[in-house]
Design a protein around this ligand. Structure first.
Ligand code: UD1
Ligand code: MG
Length: 463
């Protein structure tokens, strides 16, 4: 996990007795979307995925995600990070306290610390979470000091600096509203204390909701201590609408650009390059302006990616040159020292070491052997309207310009295909394939035709 707010990297540690609960049942009305809010993506990864990955660095034993009704798509997202995560459905949105109550049944029997997270707070770092879980108190609230505290719950402290209450904005007195130490919503609490206090939370507040934040007052009342840790405001930025989603995207992009440059990539215009959270870039890679990396990309050392290329679900081995204007789609595996040029699209295809596909070409569902040269305008006709088929091209093959390879078809090593051919049968190694109609040349035909046309035009203009 990338740590944005420090210079050091927090390594995965083995900790005993940690469970996480991610609250994500909110519909996200302001997103104006058919998709649950936490399934919206930033840097190619869902908001929920960002939160879960930050938590995964703490190696929790258990994970529960509280979803709303009809949010089935969240299960796959959660299981991609925690294969054994429990997804619990909060049937009615009755507040953050009620949401945690829903997770209780699946965490029955678990003893240790419970870390409660929000699914729509994606920039939280594993370092901050770790810092929260190692506090000695029975309960620790993650606080921050926002530039504008309005809308947040305020932390009420006693003289010793312990937290004795969290007051929601709507329930706060004018004096309490002046406090700028605010609740991020993220808390760490011992399971024993949580299960003891949770049933005591009521809904006698301005919103009529079960507030998780009431735990703090209950904790103090039970003679237990609640403390707080402070993190930068940017780390607990939430997403409520698409403007805030774009803000999160911008923060992540800035962080990834910086990280890849510090790791040895040259970005000539960093502000125009878009990474995914999982993009892997080797050393001495040059990335020209306006390059987009979708999810699942890995780039080897010394690769050059020229301007306006779009790369997604693809791997590029060391020393290759991609673009300008190249499109690598899922399943493209580009071998070392290969060239993929302008207006070339590669999908689910292996391109061998040193092969060249330089101009205006579609290579899909194919294998292209080492050192093979694919001429301009070559198309693998992979789809027959029902199924996809393989085009298997050997090593050292020469494919002339404007060749259509009608799959399934195989071209043996060292074969040559003449320009303009339509290949519908396998070509043996070393053979020449040519499907070209006989060329006819009619001497002086064009000159005579031009003279006739000019004469016709002159006659028309006179009349
Ligand atoms: C909450 C905190 C507030 C804090 C703020 C930080 C409470 C009562 N208040 O307020 O102190 O300053 O977050 O952003 O906790 N959710 C459910 N089920 C529910 C209600 C909420 O899963 O029934 C989830 C939401 O999807 C969201 C999170 O809990 O991820 C927080 O809910 P939200 O309604 O945004 O709480 P706030 O009013 O912002
Ligand atoms: Mg909120």
């Amino acid at each position: 996990m990338l740590v944005f707010w420090g210079t050091d990297h927090f390594d995965t540690v083995e900790m005993s007795g940690l469970a996480i609960i991610v609250l994500a049942a909110g519909k996200g009305t302001r997103m104006k979307s058919g998709l649950p809010k936490v399934m919206h993506r930033a840097a190619g990864r869902s908001l929920l995925g960002h939160v879960l990955r930050a938590a995964r660095d703490l190696a929790p034993q258990r994970a529960a995600v509280v979803a709303g009704p009809g949010m089935e798509e969240m299960a796959a997202e959660a299981h991609a990070v925690f294969p054994l995560a429990d997804i619990v459905v909060q049937a009615e949105r009755k507040g953050t306290g009620d949401a945690v109550m829903m997770a209780r049944k699946v965490l029955e029997g678990f003893v240790g610390s419970i870390l409660i997270l929000y699914g729509d707070v994606p920039l939280i770092s594993s370092k901050t979470l770790h810092n929260l879980t190692v506090q000695a108190a029975d309960m620790t609230v993650l606080a921050f000091k926002p530039v504008n505290p309005s809308g947040y719950g305020r932390l009420i402290l006693d003289n010793s600096g312990s937290v004795i209450a969290i007051r929601e904005e709507l329930d706060a007195t004018p004096e309490e509203r002046l406090i700028n130490l605010c609740n991020s919503g993220i808390i760490a609490i011992s399971s024993e204390l949580l299960w003891e206090l949770l049933p005591r939370i009521g809904n006698g507040n301005a919103k009529g909701e079960y507030y998780l934040t009431d735990l703090v007052e209950l904790c103090a009342g039970a003679g237990r201590t609640c403390t707080y840790a402070v993190c930068p405001e940017a780390e607990v930025a939430g997403v409520n609408d698409r403007m805030q989603l774009a803000g999160i995207e911008a923060t992540l992009q800035a962080a990834y650009r910086r990280m890849h440059m510090l790791n040895g990539a040259t970005l000539t215009a960093p502000e125009t390059v878009y990474f995914s959270a999982d993009t892997v870039i080797g050393r001495d890679v040059t990335i020209e302006p306006h390059v987009v990396f979708g999810p699942g990309v890995s780039i080897g050392d010394g690769v050059e990616i020229l301007a306006f290329s779009h790369i997604e679900g693809a791997s590029v081995a060391s020393g290759s040159r991609i673009g300008p204007f190249a499109r690598l789609r899922p399943g493209a595996e580009i071998g070392a020292d290969a060239h993929i040029g302008n207006f070339v699209e590669v999908k689910k295809a292996q391109i061998g070491k040193g092969a060249k596909v330089n101009h205006l070409t579609y290579i899909g569902d194919a294998r292209v052997g080492p050192k093979t040269n694919i001429g301009a305008g070559t198309i693998t006709c992979n789809y027959d309207g029902f199924d996809k088929h393989l085009t298997d091209i050997g090593a050292d093959v020469f494919v002339g310009s404007n060749t259509a390879l009608v799959a399934p078809v195989k071209v043996g090593d060292g074969a040559s295909i003449a320009a303009g051919s339509v290949i519908t049968r396998d070509i043996p190694a070393g053979a020449l394939a040519i499907t070209r109609p006989e060329l006819e040349v009619k001497a002086s035909w064009a000159t005579r035709y031009r003279e006739i046309k000019r004469a016709q035009k002159a006659a028309r203009n006179k009349s």
